[in-house]
Design a protein around this ligand. Structure first.
Ligand code: HEC
Length: 287
């Protein structure tokens, strides 16, 4: 076999191997996990957050999730940002003032509580992880600020579909796996586990959670949050909106970054054009 053939064969084998893990299925004790891709306004090259959706998502977070989960990376002033939920600053100020934060020490060396300000981060519902665990029977409700980035999904699409997906995402990649997971988790509860599966004490059956047994009881039910913009008060909508909100908390600079991408592209195009014109001039008299 000559050199070229051998190299070609080795390259082909290597690319097959590279594809293999992508088609692997989620392992573990529970049933096979399949997370559906969702459509998000902020996906892709030109993606932008949907302000109304982020506002609804924050409402769901505040009225439901905040009882157990913090978003410690979010400062109140972020909630008023134009590239975020964009709530009016006055109402965010009023909202912040309903929270208490610790400050100090004062002149007597004591720490004290005061109403939160725009510059404060949203206080966590717990003093520390131990307190959280003692409240939740040993389970720990993680801080959600970075959750959409901390989780990703394994792609279980068959290889021929996978190639199509890779081609579609070329240039930006697929970055919404964590958000898809949060949506799937919130909509993935089953009242009863499948026959033959025994739930441990205090556990709930969830199709999307690795191992299928999660300590978080289903937090959402239809009608639990009253939306003001006419969006139907359904678990699917709550889940989608709060997942989008958590995509923003995990990547608040997404819009700036994407518009910077366009500026860089424009810069490259102009540079290429100038180089081309320059080359033409320099070589114009060279033959
Ligand atoms: C009554 C308390 C409670 C409420 C309310 C609650 N959670 Fe949880 N959550 C938990 C606990 C406890 C865990 C840890 C579960 C485990 O490890 O089994 C958890 C885990 C999670 C996880 C991590 C799953 C993983 O992959 O590790 C996410 C994401 C999550 N919750 C999102 C939410 C969202 C979004 C809401 C609001 C719609 C919410 N939770 C409301 C208690 C709660």
């Amino acid at each position: 076999m000559n050199m070229i053939k051998r190299t070609a064969l080795a390259t082909a084998a290597a690319s097959m191997l590279a594809l293999l893990p992508l088609t692997a299925h989620a392992a573990g004790g529970g049933e096979e996990i399949h997370i559906e891709r969702q459509t998000w306004s902020f996906a892709g090259f030109t993606g932008k957050f949907d302000k109304a959706q982020l506002q609804r998502g924050y409402q769901v977070y505040k009225e439901v999730c905040a009882a157990c989960h913090g978003v410690k990376r979010v400062a109140f002033r972020n909630l008023a940002e134009k590239t975020g939920p964009g709530f009016p600053e006055e109402s965010v100020k009023a909202l912040a003032a309903t929270f208490k934060v610790e400050d100090g020490p004062n002149d007597d060396g004591k720490m004290f509580q005061r109403p939160a300000k725009l510059s404060d981060n949203v206080p966590s519902p717990y003093k520390n992880e131990q307190e959280a665990r003692s409240i939740h029977n040993g389970a720990y409700p993680p801080d959600l600020s970075n959750m959409a980035k901390a989780r990703s999904i394994e792609n279980t699409a068959p290889w021929y579909k996978h190639i199509f997906l890779m081609a579609r995402d070329i240039g930006v990649g697929y970055q919404e796996g964590g958000v898809d997971y949060i949506y799937a988790l919130l909509t993935g509860y089953e009242e009863k586990p499948p026959a033959g599966v025994k739930l441990a004490d205090g556990m709930n059956y969830n199709k999307a959670f690795p191992g299928n047994q999660i300590a978080m009881a289903p937090p959402l039910s239809d009608g639990i949050v009253k939306y003001e913009d006419g969006t139907p008060a359904k678990v699917e909508n709550y889940s989608r909106d709060v997942a989008a909100f958590l995509a923003w908390t995990a990547d608040p600079r997404l819009e700036d970054r994407k518009s910077m991408g366009w500026i860089v592209m424009l810069y490259l195009v102009i540079t290429a054009l100038l180089l081309f014109i320059g080359k033409k001039r320099i070589w114009a008299s060279a033959h």
